[in-house]
Design a protein around this ligand. Structure first.
Ligand SMILES: [Zn+2]
Length: 262
């Protein structure tokens, strides 16, 4: 069966001779791998038609008895040229595509993940990025996965934790906040979450687009706290090492003006 679909290049690896295996994210078939024979030959129809972070129109032969399909044609739809020279945006794009490839099962429909990654790569291409933007994207992904950190109620007693209601701790294992009374009996000894960081995360979690993260000016201390909190939360609940996240955020912070989030 020939499949025609839009697809995002998440990984590509050379194989013997001039061929390469490309891992794509598609909306209806999830993670798909295709062999592109002769991709590196000078007269190949695929030459210049795909690269990392491209969204392409892809035609491939799908067979139930194969894990790697044969690509027939490919045309770039969104080449995203900024990601070829803006190394900060490239680092963030590398992290998100790596994360997506790790959590996305093969051959399962992934319309949300596809749109989430496609939109994120568009934003990186048009506007660049910053740590706050990446954290907002992580919050949206966790929400889709049913793993959104609960930031308005105590996970133990269910009591409301409204702004100004006193200190709260953040428990990765329980998936959100604990009130002061429940935290005293918590064997995990979850750490306190600073009220200003909690307020930012609550705001971003309810924001429908990345503009909230772009407009928020964060102190370096706040960004460092959010990086650790969300990083540990992702690793705990996804059970994945995320070295690409550490690398991307280190690069984003390296040239970021003090106190500027976006
Ligand atoms: Zn409680």
């Amino acid at each position: 069966m020939i499949v025609k679909t839009h697809a995002i290049v998440m990984r590509q690896a050379p194989t013997a001779n001039t061929s390469r295996v490309v891992t794509w994210l598609t909306p209806r078939h999830g993670r798909v791998a295709t062999m592109i024979k002769g991709a590196l030959r000078p007269k190949s129809l695929f030459l210049g038609q795909l690269d990392l972070f491209y969204t392409c129109e892809l035609l491939y032969y799908m067979r139930a008895d194969r894990e790697v399909y044969i690509a027939r044609e490919c045309y770039p739809v969104k080449p995203r040229p900024t990601l070829r020279h803006n190394w900060r945006a490239c680092a963030a794009a590398s992290y998100l595509t790596d994360l997506t490839a790790r959590i996305c099962p093969p051959h399962a429909p992934q319309p949300f993940l596809y749109q989430w990654l496609d939109d994120a790569l568009d934003e990186f291409d048009h506007h660049g990025t910053a740590p706050g933007h990446v954290f907002w994207l992580e919050l949206k992904l966790l929400e889709h996965l049913g793993l959104a950190p609960r930031l308005r109620h105590c996970m133990a007693c269910g009591g409301a934790l409204l702004p100004g209601s006193g200190p709260a701790t953040f428990s990765h294992a329980r998936g959100g906040l604990l009130c002061a009374r429940c935290a005293r009996n918590d064997p995990e000894r979850a750490p306190l979450i600073p009220p200003d960081v909690l307020a930012i995360l609550r705001n971003w979690q309810s924001a429908p687009d990345a503009n909230a993260a772009r407009r928020t000016r964060c102190a370096p201390r706040q960004l460092t706290t959010m990086e650790a909190l969300l990083g540990q939360f992702l690793q705990y609940h996804l059970d994945l090492p995320l070295p690409s996240r550490d690398l991307a955020l280190a690069m984003l912070k390296r040239t970021m003006p003090p106190g500027k989030c976006a």
